[in-house]
Design a binder for this molecule. Structure first.
Ligand SMILES: [Fe+2]
Length: 198
């Protein structure tokens, strides 16, 4: 079983004006595709070849850095496309909203913390909403790393590599993050991952 690049779940221009066709063409067709292609080359002949992407990510962490980087980014991007939708954002579904209030304080505090995590991730990486020990928390990781290798399950993540925002926002990473939270988040998919995580 090799890694496969999925089609985007929407048209390339469906997330405009918050994320352009050009960004999605480069990000999906070039960057994500490169993780898939390189990941498959690195997987070939290893004992991880027939494992799930989650198993490959966890097993290669700290052991096979090149494979981990590509498999981690494949996992992250598989979900990243699903974590967005046209006319996204807005309020979280009731069950998640209640859990956010309980564990983080309020929905506004979650948005503030999530954006802040993305802004303060030095260099490339990701900001996350995770389930860890039964609680929701906001975290961040560098490069291709993700919460799976830290004993947590991501239910929402945002790519803060420059390839995700530089065409549309130039250096304004905070504006990109605000647009992601307010206008792009696919809360139905977050709810689905939350259901699987608990
Ligand atoms: Fe990316």
């Amino acid at each position: 079983m090799s890694l496969t690049l999925p089609d985007l779940p929407y048209a390339y221009d469906a997330l405009q004006p918050y994320m352009s066709r050009e960004t999605l063409e480069y990000h999906h067709d070039k960057h994500h595709n490169a993780y898939v292609t390189t990941g498959n080359t690195l997987l070939k002949g290893t004992d991880l070849e027939n494992k799930s992407i989650e198993e490959i990510v966890v097993a290669s962490f700290g052991k096979n850095q090149a494979l981990f980087n590509n498999a981690g980014q494949h996992y992250n991007h598989l979900h990243f496309w699903q974590w967005m939708k046209p006319n996204g954002g807005g309020a979280a579904p009731q069950k998640i909203a209640a859990k956010i209030n309980e564990d983080i304080g309020s929905f506004d505090k979650f948005k503030e913390d999530f954006i802040q995590a993305g802004v303060t991730q030095f260099g490339s990486g990701w900001a996350w909403l995770v389930v860890q020990n039964g609680k929701l928390a906001v975290t961040k990781t560098a490069n291709g790393e993700n919460p799976l290798v830290h004993g947590a399950k991501p239910i929402l993540g945002v790519d803060v590599w420059e390839h995700s925002y530089y065409i549309d926002y130039r250096n304004r990473r905070a504006d990109y993050l605000k647009a992601f939270v307010e206008n792009l988040v696919n809360w139905e998919y977050v709810e689905k991952m939350y259901g699987e995580a608990i």
